[in-house]
Design a protein around this ligand. Structure first.
Ligand code: ADP
Length: 153
């Protein structure tokens, strides 16, 4: 089943909304497969945000991601990447649709609460970047027949 990476950014940790944000993924029915607090480094962020390396705000967003520890989560479910991305909302939190996490908790383009993988391919790369294999857990949670139809999983 598909797994995706969610990072609660330093702004979420500082604003003490980690529980409120992670509660949404629990409520949705995604299985928590991994979770840890980490202090990110410039080197790791060079990799993670390589697609933004030529932007004028590159160092600024890296500094913002190092301003406090982050919470890295791995969530699993059918179409987990697309589902979590839809729950995230658009990058600029001021413009993000109300009901999404960014739309409900943020007012900033940069301080937009969470990072979430944007494709299944990137989710695999990003989970390998932030988690060791032994930090991802495969355990049985609620019976799937109450979460999905039997041809969905
Ligand atoms: P997303 O996080 O929605 O996938 P990107 O990968 O394009 O978006 O950008 C990574 C992060 O860099 C964003 O979440 C945001 O914190 C920051 N960022 C991107 N574009 C801007 C911008 N124009 N101004 C300020 N911060 C930005």
């Amino acid at each position: 089943m598909e797994k995706t990476l969610v990072i609660l950014k330093p702004c979420a940790v500082q604003r003490a909304i980690v529980g409120q944000v992670t509660a949404r993924f629990e409520r949705k029915g995604l299985r928590l497969a991994g979770m840890k607090m980490m202090q990110l480094t410039d080197k790791l962020l060079d990799e993670h945000y390589a697609h933004l390396a030529n932007k004028p705000f590159f160092q600024r967003i890296k500094n913002s991601m190092m301003a406090a520890p982050v919470i890295c989560c791995c969530y699993e479910g059918v179409d987990a990447v697309e589902t979590v991305r839809a729950m995230t909302g658009s990058t600029n939190a001021r413009k993000a649709t109300p009901g999404t996490i960014r739309g409900d908790f943020g007012m900033s383009f940069q301080e937009n609460i969470i990072h979430t993988s944007d494709s299944p391919e990137n989710a695999v790369v990003e989970l390998n970047r932030f988690f060791k294999p032994e930090e991802i857990f495969d355990y049985n949670q609620a019976p799937f027949q109450f979460l999905y139809a039997n041809d969905e999983y």
